[in-house]
Design a binder for this molecule. Sequence first.
Ligand SMILES: *Cc1c(COP(=O)(O)O)cnc(C)c1O
Length: 371
Amino acid sequence: MTTFYPYLDLKLKYLDLQVEIDAAIQRTLSSGWYLLGKEVAQFEKAYADYIGVKYCVGVANGLDAIKLALLAIGIEPGDEVIIPANTYIATAIAVSSVGGVPILVEPKPGTYNIDPERIEEQITSKTKAILVVHLYGQPAHMKPILKLAKKYHLKVVEDNAQAHGARVDGRVTGGIGDIAANSFYPGKNLGAFGDAGAVTTNSKELADKVRQLANYGQQKKYIFRYKGMNSRLDEIHAAVLSAKLPHLNQWNTERRRLANMYLTELANLDGLQLPQIEEETEHVWHIFPILVENRDELQKSLAEQGIETMIHYPVPMHFQEAYSEWAHLQGKLPITEKIHRQELSLPLYAGMSEAHQAKVIQILKTLFPHI
Ligand SMILES: *Cc1c(COP(=O)(O)O)cnc(C)c1O
């Protein structure tokens, strides 16, 4: 019988920390206080310190974190927000759901992150912000993006859902632009046991606005400044995240070690394209993406040998029914379309065994000839 090797196993790191995590949950349950309390305040402080920003506001999930960040910087109906064409759809939905118009920009081949050289041509009098995504755990090309934002007086919002702890030019992602959105969806590098998210920023004004908007727009008890929403981080999730956060760097180191092993062992295989890392960036490898021509076939043959893989993402946003207004872009974003056709994510997670990775490498080496 073939052994089954999963793409991801979230249970392993829970079992490693079971004592701390169970104690955190028990402490919260026994406290009798379940929302907007000490646990959230403590996690917010710890995460702000981790990112190196002054403020962190816990919210319900990553999508809300992006929406709240956009509302805080003042995005209004009709405002244009530049986003990468190659991202998870949450990035676009956040813009649309606050009434903004997402403008798609192609990525740089290799790094898969928004190409700064293609941003300027999309800037109009309606552009208000650039929403960058640190995709797959690799920081976006921030230096030229910050320069452009300055030149055109645009805000920079970071979608830091996939890159907790990544660095570029010595700065931690989530603390580089004006404001950033973080997701703690269970499978993210730092994940809760359910939905959770946070907004990070150095601006007191923006942090205050996010905090109010996320709690019905309440400024003081029963005094409402905005027509806000309910997007609060639960105490129980905050307690779990506080127990896990001290281990995040170690987990990211493990991810980096696994990624380096793939990069070394799979180098020079004909027909298999490895991700490209920019020199000044410290990647946290949320995902290890390769590109191959017969992606679906490869996924199938790996599955037959017990290796589960994923695709991030199989259908580009401008091919989705939800964004039928972008149908005219089909065929016009060739880099994004090629990534979606050819991308395959190899298993990579904190706690992944050497035997598991050795098996993946061995199969790929038999399938792709060495150059
Ligand atoms: C996961 C993710 C989100 C959304 O986070 P949720 O917590 O699932 O709402 C947003 N953007 C990107 C790039 C993501 O990977």
